[in-house]
Design a protein around this ligand. Structure first.
Ligand SMILES: [Fe+2]
Length: 156
């Protein structure tokens, strides 16, 4: 591990009121930050594949967990929210395919700059997608769940 500053810094505004969801979001951000701190490593090509794989596996765990909560509460935008999650997974798979075809086209070793550029592509995509998703899309269901909680409270 290098002592570089993390690329994405966790801030209070990313909190969702669900500690488990927050921890899952933090874990995904950690993976993106870990890829960022891998820049400059000799085996970056291998590390990109490892990180893409981790992102795919861990996002699936998180999405499944979150979708279950939203389903249990009959969230009215559930379908749309699932579509957003699926789109993220689709983009990751696309990136993975792009990266492996890049490697296939250069049977020897890829030019390091090319690998680094690709790592940046992944880091930027993942950070932009997640920051937007947490701050905009996840906030929508939080407002909804909050309203439900308030209704229960005022009923009792
Ligand atoms: Fe979400």
């Amino acid at each position: 591990m290098s002592n570089k500053q993390p690329y994405i810094v966790w801030t209070e505004e990313l909190k969702t009121d669900f500690p488990t969801i927050d921890n899952q979001h933090k874990k995904i951000i950690d993976i993106a930050n870990s890829l960022h701190s891998s820049l400059g490593s000799e085996n970056l090509q291998e590390l990109i594949n490892i990180h893409l794989n981790q992102l795919k596996r861990y996002s699936a765990v998180h999405f499944g967990f979150e979708e279950k909560i939203l389903q249990d509460h009959n969230y009215f935008l559930l379908k749309e929210h699932i579509c957003l999650h699926d789109a993220f997974v689709g983009q990751l798979i696309k990136l993975e395919k792009k990266f492996s075809s890049l490697a296939k086209n250069s049977p020897n070793i890829l030019v390091y700059e090319e690998v680094e550029l690709f790592a940046w592509k992944v880091i930027k995509f993942v950070s932009q997608w997640w920051l937007h998703h947490i701050l905009v899309e996840d906030k929508k269901y939080m407002n909804f769940l909050q309203k439900i909680a308030d209704t229960y409270e005022s009923d009792s």
